[in-house]
Structures are given as structure tokens and as C-alpha cells.
Design a protein around this ligand. Sequence first.
Ligand code: GZL
Length: 325
Amino acid sequence: MTFSRRSFLGNAIQLAIITIAGFGSASALAAKPVVMGFSQVGAESEWRTANTLSIKDAAKKDGINLKFADAQQKQENQVKAIRSFIAQKVDVIAFSPVVETGWDTVLREAKAAKIPVILTDRAVNVTDTSLYVTFIGSDFVEEGRRAGRWLLERAKKTPDRTLNIVELQGTVGSAPAIDRKNGFEQAIAGNAKIKIIRSQTGDFTRAKGKEVMEAFLKSQGKNINVVYAHNDDMAIGAIQAIEEAGMKPGTDIIIISIDGVKGAFEAMIAGKLNVTVECSPLLGPQLMQVARDVLAGKPVPKRITTEEGVFPAEVAAKEFPNRKY
Ligand code: GZL
């Protein structure tokens, strides 16, 4: 083989190697894992624990590199986490906003950095809705209506009885607390015999729910006929307070709650809780799929609502084995 042919062949092989290597790095770039920054509210309830698990499991299964930050229910920690994700140049930011307001500035910073933002679980109240791509979560107003409608049906058994309700609200300023209150009040509106006599936040936790229920019992005692709790954890705290006051939760006082966590099913099976309205925390798989669609430039709806049901105590034992959270 003459020198010229050998050098041509050598060059051709060299070019091929560079091309493959180049192509290889190109395909490696294309396969670079998506990096998602996720700011979680905290770990305040059984629902939140299940939500975190769903997100972490889904990211792992989907091969998404998840940077997860727990805000311990403080907005300032979420803002810090989002700024950190921007500084790290993540591909996408997702978060469950602890409260509805106060997000415009940091979301404008994410938009300026050209990082798409996905809301999960809770909504934000911003002037410019282009600051987030979509909101994946439940219809909390409908959850409140479902709780109210269940009570109206239950009240038909004792049409002449006045039902005094004490309400354990979720975190002040949070979308679920605002909307669940509104939805419940919409459902019971106009019924003179069914009214809320006390309402206070229990911040979605068992401990605070018990503490507030103790105060309600001290001031209202036997005057309380119903507890409407914005989540199961506060309902379970209220159940403990009612039992310590020598009364029977679920019998002496009707207990209505929202989330549908395992603890609620156990309380219903024990006859201490009357109904739980489902609010699914299993948003992880949907979030990862939507993140990929957003990054692929596919159109996604501005609002993605999770489908949910209502579980009265009568079905609790049958349903319990099917529960995933
Ligand atoms: C609802 C979620 C609420 C749950 C609570 O989607 O934001 O926060 O109802 C949780 O249990 O703390």
C-alpha cells in the first residue's frame, strides 16, 4: 500500500473515530438526564409524606435527576430553594407552594433564567400566569363541597336537629385551606340548622388539630355536633381530644375529613371517623411526564386536575386493602 493511500486511509479512520466520538458525545448530550429542582412544603402530614414518596419514586423510575428541598412549611425556605435551583441551572423547577401569594418575584427570576416552572398540589395567586407552565392538583373547592354535601345527606336522618360545626382549617393562606372552606360553605349555605360556630387553623398537623379541638371543647363542650377538618391529620388529632374529654368521636360528634390517608381508613374502621374525601398525593408519575413534555416543547394544559372520590365509613373496611397511601 503506497504512502498516500495509507495516509488517506489513516485520515479516513481518524475522521471516522472523531465523528463517532463526536456523535457519541452528541448522543450522550441528548441522553443527559433531566435535572428537576423540587421544593416541597414540608413533612407536616401523612398526605405530605405520601406525596414526597410519590415524587421521589417517580423521578427514580423515570431517570430524572431530582434535587429535593423540604421547606418545613416556610415560604422563605421555598423561595431560597427556587433561587438555588436557578443558580444551579436546573432544566425544570416544580414546587408545591405552601401559601398562594408572594411568588411573583422569584417566579419572574425563573422565567428570566428560561427555566420552566410546574406547580403541583397547591396553586399560586400571581398576576402573570405565564410565570408557570401548568398546575397539577386537586380541585379543593370541590373537595369542600363534597364534604358539605355528605353532611347534608347525613342530616336528612335528623331533619329537626341543629348541627353546630367546628372547623379545623388548614395552613392559613394556603390554597387547600381557602378553597376547602369556600366549597364546604357553598354546600351548606341556606340551611338554617347547619352552621359553623367556630373555625380556626390547625396548620394541617395532628398536634395542632388536637390542641385547637381541646380549646373548642373547653369553650363549646356538648354544643359541638360536627367537626369539619381540612385534612385527616387534624381530624385524628381532634379524635384524640374528643376521647380524652370522655366523648365518642364518630358517634357523639360527627367527624368529616379530607385526604383519604390510611390513618383515616383505620379511624373509620374503628368507628371514630365518619367520612374522608379523597385528595390524591400520588402526583409523581404525572409530574415527571409533564416535565418531559414541557422540555420537549409539547403543549400541556394550564390546569391538570386529579380525579378523586368520597369514602364514608361504611366502605372503609372493603376499600382499605386497595389504598396506596
Ligand atoms: C392538599 C395538600 C394538603 C393536604 C394536607 O393537596 O396540599 O397539605 O390536604 C397537606 O394533608 O398537609
